[in-house]
Design a protein around this ligand. Structure first.
Ligand code: PPS
Length: 310
């Protein structure tokens, strides 16, 4: 049999591209630092035309995207765990703006192969989301995570993900986060941008901490937003299937499908801790004070009910 006829898995494609993987530099698009591969394809990405039935899940990096992807996929498939293991997360729910060295398929390539309604992932701040999503009144779920835990998670991710810029020492990383000098820009502007538009644009705005505290309640909110109606025992099943412990062992949701040359698991795991309040193990009291003072300044113009503990 001709070997070329065998379809290449996502994992194989990433392995094949390994020699072209390095810590990609950032290039600004409308003032937002993005990985060079994304910035260089910006005109294609911003021209993407969704279908009105498509659903967008948006988060700042490391704010609960994968968790929400799994919840949504299970809700759309009546809690069927096997169907939701049909492919890795980013193949089931393509990452709109991701562009990587070939043969890794881009988010746009994957979307072309799927018929609407599709679920689409993005980390873009609201002003960079392709206009078509708003023109077509697509549903959008936004998940926000408190700044300190989000920063800690991003720091460990940047250590292990060999396509992200080098994080540097922890103390300097805190300042990069505060200045928005990380891929996808400022956390502060990101969470504020979607917050301000949530009513105007019918965005379901959720918090990582709320999902952790009461997943059943928050999954019901997502279910209603999607105009679905599932019995309570299925919701309980989804709560269980999307617990940190179960997802950590699910090879189609825990990113072990990305080879170690790209996500170096000897440094940190993608499914690292999944907790609220881990920041306390990282910030010194002085760093915490400095961060909080800056936070008060940067967030003075909004009142978003973030919680750093539950
Ligand atoms: S990404 O790369 O931006 O899409 O990452 P993202 O999925 O947004 O964030 C990864 C963090 O979410 C945690 N996570 C979970 N926490 C609790 N429960 C479940 N089911 C879950 N799934 C993912 C994951 O562990 C990362 O957080 P940290 O704090 O680093 O552990």
């Amino acid at each position: 049999m001709d070997k070329k006829e065998e379809p290449m898995t996502y994992s194989d494609a990433v392995s094949k591209a390994a020699s072209a993987i390095y810590r990609f530099p950032l290039i600004e698009v409308e003032g937002i630092p993005l990985r060079s591969w994304i910035a260089n394809s910006w005109s294609l990405i911003s021209a993407f035309q969704p279908d009105p039935s498509d659903l967008l899940i948006a988060t700042y990096p490391k704010a609960g995207m994968t968790w929400t992807q799994e919840i949504v996929d299970l809700l759309l498939h009546d809690g069927d765990a096997e169907v939701c293991k049909r492919a890795p997360t980013d193949v089931r729910i393509p990452f709109l703006e991701i562009q990587s060295p070939p043969p890794i398929p881009s988010g746009l390539d994957l979307l072309k192969t799927m018929k609407p309604p599709r679920v689409i992932k993005t980390h873009l701040p609201i002003q960079l989301v392709p206009k078509g999503f708003w023109e077509n009144k697509c549903k959008v779920i936004y998940v926000a995570r408190n700044a300190k835990d989000n920063l800690v998670s991003y720091y460990h991710f940047d250590r292990m993900n060999q396509t992200q810029p080098e994080p540097g020492p922890w103390d300097q990383y805190i300042h990069k986060f505060m200045k928005g000098k990380l891929p996808w820009g400022s956390w502060y502007d990101h969470v504020k941008g979607y917050w301000r538009e949530k009513e105007n644009r019918n965005i379901l705005y959720l918090f990582f901490e709320d999902i952790k505290e009461n997943p059943h309640r928050e999954i019901l909110r997502i279910m209603r937003y999607l105009d679905l109606s599932l019995p309570d025992d299925i919701i309980d099943k989804i709560v269980q299937l999307t617990s940190f412990e179960v997802m950590k062992d699910n090879p189609m949701a825990n990113y072990t499908f990305i080879p170690n040359t790209v996500f170096d698991s000897s440094i940190s795991l993608f499914m690292r801790k999944g907790e609220v309040g881990d920041w306390i193990n990282h910030f010194t009291p002085a760093q915490s004070k400095m961060f909080d003072e800056d936070y008060t300044r940067q967030m003075a113009d909004v009142d978003i009910p973030f919680r750093t503990s539950i």
